[in-house]
Design a protein around this ligand. Structure first.
Ligand code: ZN
Length: 385
């Protein structure tokens, strides 16, 4: 199949007009100008953007369903909703829960990692700071426990790709090394870490900061905090939840200006209400009320995840923060893929996975290709691949 007449986002270049040849589940050739004709099926994209499929390393739910339930059917609904919004590679993010609940969820979701629906699991918690726990149950966050983590990694059988923990807790630096030794991305989040504690976390092997600025000390001119330590450290990628609520657009703009798109991973941090509307939901055993698309813990003010999808994150990054389309798309694809060490994902290049998103001038998703097959954007319940 030959996709022609597109504005192809290939790395930091735009090929306009550009063409992409797909064979099976792979991109086999990418070029600019007139496309070669070889008698295969041709899809004329009529000037639309052709971007790599989006990669979301932090998402809890959507379509009324949630990953922390550990239920494979629910998880397929979540992945399907986000797939229809362009996310072709996703982690499933769990939240703080009792040890046996976490084990059950990891075991339940591992099969979806094995069948390719999910790229892996992300444990957000339970080793988080009580003072910065946000929507995580403060009664269940706990200090790092090597044994518990070892049990979860065993249950996941290679499916756990990322763990968010608070690096200032006792035993955290040791756990960061335990994670990196196991090939798992160590992320710092829901943390009260100071600037110095942040630097120590990065020296120990932490490579991601979970939703930068949210769930951590604010930047102060005498105590710059982990956020500042992250921005100035080239080894670190920062997640941003750009839903227009978690961060002011000027903060998003300054983050991109400071670290470049190669170190920003847009994430949705979406919960069950994404794509499902306002109402009452549950996240990690806590009641969450969603009004005007904003999710808050019942009886409190803590924001409890977002109702964002990745296409909207990209649109807001361009329209509100003034970031270029190429950089916004990179932050939604190439950068998070690199965080996970995924080769041939998040890029449009010969040999890459044929995961592509067609976006119109307003960056609205028009078509999604995953593993070389078109996704039915109208179908509610989509089982991927
Ligand atoms: Zn969080």
């Amino acid at each position: 199949m030959l996709l022609t007449g597109a504005r192809v986002i290939a790395g930091d270049q735009v090929l306009a007009p550009g063409w992409v040849r797909v064979s099976g589940n792979r991109v086999v050739e990418v070029g600019e100008g007139e496309s070669p004709t070889t008698g295969e099926a041709v899809v004329d994209l009529a000037g639309a953007w052709l971007a790599p499929g989006f990669v979301d390393i932090h998402v809890h739910g959507g379509a009324g369903a949630s990953y922390p339930s550990g239920d494979p059917g629910e998880a397929r609904r979540v992945a399907g909703l986000h797939l229809r919004h362009g996310t072709t590679t996703t982690l499933a993010s769990l939240v703080t829960a009792r040890p046996e609940q976490l084990l059950d969820a990891v075991t339940g979701l591992a099969e979806l990692v094995a069948d390719g629906t999910l790229a892996g699991l992300h444990l957000e918690g339970p080793f988080l700071a009580e003072t910065r726990c946000g929507a995580h149950d403060p009664a269940l966050v706990r200090p790092p426990d090597r044994q518990e983590l070892a049990g979860l990694l065993r249950a996941g059988n290679g499916s756990i790709q990322q763990v968010t923990l608070a690096p200032e807790l006792p035993g955290a630096l040791d756990m960061i090394r335990q994670l990196t030794d196991a090939g798992v991305v160590a992320a710092a989040g829901h943390t009260d870490a100071t600037y110095e504690q942040g630097r120590a976390a990065f020296d120990a092997g932490t490579t991601v900061v979970t939703h930068l600025f949210n769930g951590m000390r604010p930047v102060h001119h005498r105590e710059p905090g982990l956020a500042t330590a992250a921005l100035e450290d080239d080894r670190v990628t920062v997640e941003l939840i750009n839903d227009g609520r978690h961060l002011h657009h000027a903060v998003v703009r300054s983050a991109f200006a400071h670290v470049a798109a190669s170190r920003v991973a847009l994430v949705t941090d979406a919960m069950a209400a994404a794509g499902a509307g306002d109402g009452e939901y549950e996240l990690g055993g806590q009641r969450v009320l969603v009004a005007d698309g904003v999710a808050r813990l019942a009886g409190g003010s803590s924001i409890a995840g977002s109702t964002l999808t990745m296409d909207e994150a990209v649109r807001r990054t361009v329209a509100e923060a003034g970031v270029s389309v190429v950089d916004a798309v990179s932050a939604a694809s190439a950068t998070p893929a690199r965080v996970l060490g995924l080769d041939g994902v998040g890029v449009i290049a010969a040999g890459a996975q044929a995961d592509l998103v067609v976006l119109d001038d307003d960056l609205v998703v028009r078509r999604v290709l995953r593993g070389g097959g078109w996704v039915d954007l109208d179908r509610e319940d989509h089982s991927a691949r």
